[in-house]
Design a protein around this ligand. Sequence first.
Ligand code: DX5
Ligand code: ZN
Length: 216
Amino acid sequence: MSHIVSPSVLSCDFANIQRDVEMINNSTADWFHVDVMDGVFVPNISFGFPVVEAIKKHATKPLDVHLMIVNPDQYVEQFKKAGADLLTVHYEACTHLHRTIQVIKANGMKAGVALNPHTPINVLSDVIQELDLVLIMSVNPGFGGQKFIPNAINKVKQLKQLIQEKNANTIIEIDGGVNLETGKQLLEAGADALVAGSFVFNATNPTQTIADLKNL
Ligand code: DX5
Ligand code: ZN
């Protein structure tokens, strides 16, 4: 199976959200990456339920929702209602991570866990078999357009090894500073899914840029 490309709508033109959603619908992208920020877990506020619902209304591909919020448990059901297909919470925001994962699955979504750049892979060794996806942050979460942190490549290799050791069936997704160069290195290291925001939406031809990422 070829890798997954998940364009981040954080970098789209919110005044033309339907147009940008249609662009992704008509591209070779696999998912929509939807970044929710609360101004507490990260030093930025993006958008909440009304925008997720608006995207869902037009999207013909799964919504890959990345929660950068504290107390994500409180909102799992509402994100399901808003249209999330895959819900990713941050390891650093969950005291009872195992329970949170179970709640996401019980609500009929795939469950993901994101790791900040400073968080080692081995903290997931006792839950990896429960996870549909692990999101390795290759920038500090909060903003699009930041510089890629190269240590993410080592983390992909370590995570790949952990998944194999535990015989798990977990997708490795990377988020932050992904372009054709970093994307290629990440795929070689074992990544399964690439998120790209500014690289896609700042391109002269976003559809072609998505195709270029897909063809890596
Ligand atoms: C950052 C978000 C990312 C962001 C990536 O906190 O989680 O999904 O949109 O943006 P780029 O691809 O521009 O680094
Ligand atoms: Zn994200």
